[in-house]
Design a protein around this ligand. Structure first.
Ligand code: KIV
Ligand code: NA
Length: 278
């Protein structure tokens, strides 16, 4: 497979070929994405909850994001690699934002960064873009703002907020964003944004079928997470069950001494039979 580039992704938008994006959080998940046909891999700050057990994405630090991004990057060579800028790292001066983004690119190995927000962060998007760092914008349900939004709630369901969201998508494109992620918005809104954006491609999550691509969280998509999942999630596998069954079988085998097996490939034999002299 050849390396996926922004030019490749723009061509996919032009020819209406749906783009697949998936999160990854470490080396093995990065390797799995690399071996797949996924076009974009996102080191999402959802890793805060999914991998680190935090109760919110607002807990994760830039150093933690870099640490995980590095691991993904070591395994994931072919897909286009995007990383989330964590909460609080793109709201100071544009120079500070740039400094933080450079760390994600230089140390983390990311090719682009993703930022949640609209016109209020447009000058940051512009600054990063002018400095040569491609930006993904993220609109609709913005998990870093869950407290302010009153929870993990769908967005842009009323006419005025829907109109505002489409306008914000256009503002982000004008600021230089190469893509816009739309989370938990009605399909009509996502379709309007997708058709109005001329250069930026849209990636939906809980935004219907009309976007240029789709994204899901690794553990949700593979059925590896516990607890309630958003309605837009589809489980394409059931890893959790395999994991639970596998651990139960292992513990059983240890208790019954059926593992390791007697005189088989599970053990090393002595060179000569002097074991009695031990
Ligand atoms: O952090 C994340 O996983 C995300 C995607 C769900 C878009 O931002
Ligand atoms: Na995120």
């Amino acid at each position: 497979r050849t390396k996926i580039t922004l030019a490749h992704l723009r061509t996919m938008k032009r020819y209406r070929t749906p783009i697949s994006m998936l999160t990854a959080y470490d080396y093995p998940t990065g390797l799995a994405c690399d071996a797949s046909r996924v076009e974009i891999v996102l080191v999402g700050d959802s890793l805060a909850q999914v991998c680190l057990g935090y109760d919110s994405t607002t807990r994760i630090t830039l150093d933690e994001m870099i640490h995980h991004c590095k691991a993904v990057a070591r395994g994931c060579k072919t897909p286009f690699l995007v990383v989330d800028m964590p909460f609080g790292t793109y709201h100071g001066t544009p120079e500070e934002t740039f400094h933080n983004a450079v760390r994600l690119v230089r140390e983390g190995g990311a090719e682009a960064v993703k930022l949640e927000g609209g016109p209020e962060i447009a000058h940051h998007v512009e600054h990063l873009t002018l400095a040569g760092i491609p930006v993904f914008a993220h609109l609709g349900l913005m998990p870093q703002r869950a407290v302010q939004l009153g929870g993990y709630l769908p967005q842009a369901r009323r006419f005025h907020s829907a109109k505002r969201l489409v306008e914000h998508a256009l503002v982000m494109e004008q600021a230089g964003a190469v893509a816009v992620v739309l989370e938990a918005v009605p399909p009509e809104v996502a379709e309007a944004a997708t058709s109005r954006l001329k250069h930026a491609f849209t990636i939906g999550i809980g935004a219907g079928r009309g976007t240029d691509g789709q994204v899901l969280v690794w553990d949700d998509m593979l059925g590896n997470s516990r607890g309630r999942k958003p309605r837009f999630v589809r489980q394409f596998a059931h890893l959790r069950k395999h994991v639970d069954d596998g651990i139960a079988a292992y513990v059983n085998a240890v208790r019954r001494r059926t593992y390791p097996a007697y005189q088989t490939s599970n053990m090393y034999s002595m060179d000569s039979d002097q074991s009695r002299q031990l």
